[in-house]
Design a protein around this ligand. Structure first.
Ligand code: 13P
Length: 256
């Protein structure tokens, strides 16, 4: 974290978990468990159908609601898809774009990720852009180039002024849902590399203002050490965000 230049952002990615009633209960439990949130932004990225209940439950608390995906077209014959206007009208402030599960199971590419980034920005919401290498790519020693390609294509055509709305999440695929967290050194190395790419594209001022999260088996125990790294400005949390005491502990670690 480096609060002098950028925000610390803790976001829960609930994935395909919780009904609307369960969402309301979990958010209420988080509100009761977490201390005063002063130093970081807190987001819950819930399933589409949970959004109205989540927005209502978050009212008055310093928690924003995010979506987990979006379609890049504004409207039309795209059965089963959800547009920016639909999300915005419900009070969504953030949208996860390019999560590795969407890339892996739903054929998202760097190009569709880029289109979605523009869609989210144009609607006045903030994208949380996910990048990350597979285990095979890490073992082949191509992590840095994989991440560079993902970041450069995701940000293609994004103007300098729009960069303050972008959050990047580094999520090594091998660490997601496996209990195998990246070491703080591994995570910091890639997050520093991402900031370097942003610097080369937009300059030092923009680079130091962008929040870069780590995601992948972040939990109540390892959060403080990861967040202590200068270039890790928060977390995108799956499993541990579904348990109020664990999510609250991570928020509190970011709030120190
Ligand atoms: P886990 O925290 O369950 O590993 O999931 C991370 C993730 O994919 C967040 O987007």
């Amino acid at each position: 974290m480096n609060r002098r230049y950028r925000k610390t952002v803790i976001a829960g990615n609930w994935k395909m978990n919780k009904t609307p009633a369960e969402a309301k209960a979990l958010i209420n439990e988080i509100k009761e468990t977490v201390g005063k949130v002063k130093w970081c932004d807190v987001i819950v990225c819930v399933p589409y159908v949970d959004i109205p209940a989540a927005v209502k439950a978050c009212k008055g608390a310093k928690i924003s609601v995010g979506a987990q995906n979006i379609h890049f077209e504004p409207k039309g014959a795209y059965t089963g898809e959800i547009s920016a206007d639909m999300l915005k009208e419900l009070g969504v402030k953030y949208v996860i774009v390019g999560h590795s599960e969407r890339r892996q199971y739903f054929a998202e590419t760097d190009e569709t990720v880029n289109k979605k980034v523009h869609t989210v920005l144009e609607a006045g919401m903030q994208p949380i852009v996910c990048v990350g290498e597979s285990l095979q790519q890490r073992e082949q020693g191509v992590t840095a180039s994989v991440i560079e390609t993902q970041v450069r294509i995701a940000l293609n055509g994004v103007a300098k002024e729009q960069m303050r709305k972008i959050i990047i999440a580094y999520e090594p695929i091998w660490a997601i849902g496996t209990g195998k967290t990246a070491t703080s050194e591994q995570a910091a190395e890639v997050c520093t590399g991402i900031r370097e790419i942003i610097r080369s594209l937009y300059g030092a001022r923009v680079a130091r203002s962008v929040s870069i999260q780590y995601g992948g088996s972040m939990n109540a125990k390892n959060a403080a050490e990861l967040l202590a790294q200068n270039d890790i400005d928060g977390g995108l949390i799956g499993g541990a965000s579904l348990k109020a005491p664990d999510f609250a502990a991570i928020i509190n670690a970011a709030n120190q």
